[in-house]
Design a protein around this ligand. Sequence first.
Ligand code: NAP
Length: 309
Amino acid sequence: MKQADVLIAGAGPAGLSAAIYVQRSGKKAIVLEGNTYGGQIINTPEVENYPGIQKISGFDFATALYGQAAGLGAEVVFDRGIGVEKTAGGFILKGASGEEYAGSALIIATGARNRHLGISGEDELLGRGISYCATCDGAFFKGKEVAVQGGGNTALEDAMFLSQYCSHVYLIHRREGFRGEPGQLEALRKKENVTFLLNRTVTELEGAEKLTGVVMTDTRTGEKTSLPVSGLFVAIGQEPDAGVFREMVSVDEKGYIIADESCRTSEPGIFAAGDVRTKEVRQLATAASDGAVAALAAVKHITEMESAS
Ligand code: NAP
């Protein structure tokens, strides 16, 4: 069994920031990650709102964060946590590899995953026209007509990114107001190959082997319109990825882990950081901030446990 002071689930900005603070506090962090490091930010083309950095690609940011945590001695293990158990001295995380990891405190920083439209054919056409990541898959649609569904920052960024490669981008949003940043919205409105299709949602997918078009339903009138596109980028927000940890701590009605501003959950010794926890603002800066707060709270918890024993 691998032993750490603080176990961290998730190597996104919150988890890696936590690892940096744990290591700098003189404690040992093991970070468990089921996919790749960096979380959602690794697929963000440009980060322009992280204080102190004018512009950086999400990949470069995530890689620098990973390098910083690893350089300080944090052990990042690519193994998915499939079970968690409370012990007398803390917690044991069971990895999908069969390895087990023990720690005196646990930080859950598993983030959020992309929400699906939930329509027929969405899973079958994944990778055949349906995508949840414009930066990952955009190049496959060079010179083609594509659609993006969504009205938040991700949808606006995706549409802007795709407009550089695709012949035309249709931005489909279910209402007229956007959640995304006004500056980004204005930049998009100026693009000649971007068309806004408002008060509509994609309700049907066309094509058997690969996507050939989408059917949109007008959210006010119910009228249906077909749009021939070879790609649909779904950017309609995220859902918490609390996974196995949901059993250990209290969650809200949407499944986000209930944690206070100190990142403390309902279970002593377990902390939640970043997009997976209940909070108002889910941004890169707030994820990093949570990581620091959760790490210092976890270290304090360990110190209190040590002085009590
Ligand atoms: P989001 O802000 O939650 O926006 C989701 C969008 O999808 C909303 O416009 C929502 O419509 C729409 N939507 C939700 N469910 C839908 C459904 N079933 N059918 C059709 N449309 C649906 O999600 P996000 O854009 O992924 O952003 C998530 C967070 O990350 C936000 O806080 C965002 O600011 C942040 N982010 C930041 C950056 C950056 O700073 N560079 C980049 C990306 C994301 P309604 O508006 O009608 O609810």
